[in-house]
Design a protein around this ligand. Structure first.
Ligand SMILES: C[S@@+](CC[C@H](N)C(=O)[O-])C[C@H]1O[C@@H](n2cnc3c(N)ncnc32)[C@H](O)[C@@H]1O
Length: 342
């Protein structure tokens, strides 16, 4: 089959997939379900099938883990937590969630050094088969336990672990809401082969944002799916620590000040894609948005997880003596949440 015929075949399959998916859903999908399909459908999703790399010229986007030294500060944080839990004399499970191209694992393990590595079990949880392959390639020679879901990693760790993620939360599907001046509306997406993907607005029925007076037209993204995912496994964590690194802010004012259209965006071949562009290239571009860390703190505390510290990445990098500190402006857009359960 020629390359052209192959692409045409893929195009037809995608059109049929969209027709089937939208018709089974009654004609429209909530934005959250649309984003879930675009990123995670087992046959057409970006992370599940089409992503080729993270960082580098073949990739659609880069992350701190692929651009800068995140491994050394994370390794120092891990050692501090091992001491804090009084686990120095026992085997300790590290669980990295969303391993990307394996850069963070590579640099954390290197920074921990041979003596510490002997007493550690390193688990990577990743939903993406192409990225798990990349990780295996980069981490050849290292003893790593791979998992498709957090439940299996936590089970192997016996409910006690040190968990960390970089730029994971921003990859979870979000509800997308718009304020019309008096009420919140939830964004849905409909599809027809003639008009493509189009937005629809329905009254927001539950969990409306508590933002007192947003400007009319303001859009806001809500990471309810990440909180539900936490609900599914946090009760199984008997003891441990969590480090969550991502871009975003600690209040709606900080995240959305000057961003009336919200922060939803795509990344394709290292280009940022805004506005209607997010509905193009279904399954072949990344979709992401800023994270509201105040919600993660609140949710953790509801699960009896102590908030040890929430700080911007610059402070974190200084605290744990990163070997290179990136530009102040960029690092201040990232936050690091350190939580603990005893
Ligand atoms: C934006 S990338 C960040 C990758 C890496 N942490 C880094 O900083 O380079 C998001 C990562 O999370 C993974 N991921 C997304 N959703 C996941 C889920 N529900 N469970 C596990 N991994 C997930 C993706 O496959 C990918 O490896």
């Amino acid at each position: 089959m020629s390359h052209g015929c192959f692409l045409m075949g893929k195009h037809v399959q995608l059109r049929e997939f969209l027709e089937r998916t939208f018709s089974e859903a009654g004609g429209r999908l909530s934005f959250e379900n649309f984003m879930a399909a675009a990123l995670y459908d087992p046959e057409f999703g970006y992370y599940t099938t089409n992503i080729s790399d993270v960082g580098g010229s073949r990739a659609d986007f880069s992350t701190w883990a692929t651009l800068a030294d995140l491994g050394r500060p994370v390794a120092r944080w891990i050692q501090e937590e091992i001491t804090c839990h009084d686990w120095a004399d026992q085997r300790v499970s590290l669980i990295e969630i969303g391993g990307g191209d394996g850069s963070l694992a590579h640099s954390v393990l290197k920074s921990l050094g041979w003596r510490n590595r002997r007493k550690l079990d390193y688990h990577i949880v990743d939903i993406s088969p192409p990225l798990r392959e990349q990780q295996a390639d980069r981490l050849k020679g290292r003893k790593i336990h791979w998992h498709e879901s957090i439940d299996s990693a936590l089970d192997q760790a016996g409910g006690k672990a040190i968990l960390f993620s970089n730029e994971l939360v921003d990859a979870f599907p979000v509800r997308w809401l718009q304020w019309n001046g008096t009420d919140w509306f939830e964004i849905f997406v409909n599809y027809s082969p003639e008009t493509g993907l189009k937005e629809e607005f329905l009254p927001c029925r539950d969990n409306a944002p508590t933002w007192p007076s947003p400007p009319p037209g303001q859009r806001i993204e809500v990471h309810d799916s990440y909180l539900r995912w936490l609900d599914s496994w946090l009760p199984e964590l008997q003891q441990g620590s969590l480090l969550t690194i991502d871009y975003g802010g600690i209040s709606v004012e900080e995240i959305y000040g000057g961003h009336c259209a919200g922060t939803m965006r795509g990344y394709f071949r290292q280009q940022r894609i805004d506005k209607g562009g997010i509905y193009q290239r279904f399954g072949t571009q990344d979709l992401t948005c800023d994270v509201d860390f105040s919600k993660l703190v609140e949710h953790g505390e509801a699960h009896k997880i102590e908030t040890v510290r929430l700080e911007n990445q610059l402070n974190f990098l200084h605290r744990y003596e990163a070997s290179s500190i990136p530009s102040t402006e960029a690092a201040e857009r990232f936050y690091v949440l350190h939580q603990r359960k005893r």
